[in-house]
Design a protein around this ligand. Structure first.
Ligand code: BEZ
Ligand code: FE
Length: 312
């Protein structure tokens, strides 16, 4: 690695960034390196790959030239990534957690799901979706014994002109009241997740659990990073949805209970105002919509899903 060049006196800038004076000669040295790395991609035959690599290198070098990490700091960053790699396996994906907690997942979702008429907003996918969720009929229970307060969820799936979308596949998944997903107990366990299909009038309904806040897995390098910078690992309480239909853009989103104290402090920046819904708590003994007998309290929420057209 090249010898560290003293960048000169530091001065504080906005949001705690440090701006340092760099001589014109030093700037020229640094710029020549950027130019030669950028031109190393000249022969790349895949134009998109070339665009991505050139853009990445320009921004990476901008970061280094602005933050001016010491060689020890750069080594610590590489060590962090190495530890993230070592803890990652088929069920634990530390790089997704890193992307999520830096807001990079959410920003990728923003650029790929641009607002379209009244289409429901998207949010972060998270690491706990599994492909083989059990199928349920309308009105059935997706908790499959997962502990928590029962919650009746209902709504419609329509296009942005209000036409019902029949047969939309609705995947739902959530943590139990202890903040854990089924796969965190045992990779083969299936509870707190299911898929169902919207009816001819676009309607859907099912029993789930009232969502509760829980921490993202924080026993690895990402948890250490959050601790070092004074951030909480807690996610705002939420219920995940993925809704797909042949005529529509697939929607990956959550709904968040109104009044959750975590709210905007969500550690993966997933909360959007339009996705905050009123979960109305029902006192014990309140009749349920389908006659199900419930001993204690339960809640109910309405979530009308509007899908943008396919190809948007
Ligand atoms: C989740 O929604 O469960 C989740 C999302 C991002 C990181 C960790 C967990
Ligand atoms: Fe989640």
């Amino acid at each position: 690695m090249a010898a560290y060049v003293n960048p000169g006196p530091a001065r504080p800038g906005a949001h705690g960034t440090i701006h340092r004076e760099v001589s014109p000669e030093q700037q020229a040295v640094e710029q020549r390196l950027v130019d030669s790395v950028v031109s190393s991609f000249d022969a790349c035959e895949d134009p998109r790959l070339k665009e991505l690599m050139v853009c990445l290198v320009k921004h990476l070098h901008s970061f280094i030239r602005e933050a001016r990490p010491t060689e020890d700091e750069w080594g610590a960053a590489i060590d962090f990534l190495t530890r993230a790699g070592h803890i990652t396996d088929d069920v634990r994906q530390e790089f997704i957690l890193l992307s999520d907690t830096l807001g990079a997942s959410m920003q990728t979702i923003n650029v790929n799901n641009q607002a379209y008429k009244g289409a429901t907003e998207a949010t972060v996918f998270g690491p706990f979706f599994v492909e083989d969720s059990p199928g349920i009929e309308l009105g059935e229970d997706m908790a499959f014994g997962a502990p928590g307060e029962p919650c009746w969820v209902e709504g419609t799936v329509t296009d942005t002109d209000g036409n019902p979308l029949a047969g939309a596949r609705i995947e739902v998944w959530e943590a139990d009241e202890d903040g854990l997903y089924d796969v965190q107990y045992d990779a083969g366990k299936r509870a707190g997740r299911a898929h169902l299909f919207s009816a001819a009038d676009g309607g859907y309904r099912f029993w789930g659990l009232t969502p509760t806040p829980y921490p993202i897995p924080d026993d690895g390098p990402v948890g250490k990073m959050l601790d070092a910078v004074g951030r909480s690992p807690l996610r705002a309480a939420h219920l995940h949805f993925m809704v797909s239909h042949q005529a529509a853009r697939t929607l990956v989103t959550h709904i968040f209970p109104e009044g959750d104290p975590i709210g905007r402090e969500d550690t993966v920046f997933g909360v959007k105002d339009s996705l905050i819904k009123r979960f109305e708590r029902q006192p014990g003994g309140t009749p349920t919509p389908d006659g199900r007998a419930i001993d204690g309290t339960w809640s109910r929420v309405r979530f009308d899903i509007v899908l943008a057209p396919a190809g948007i």
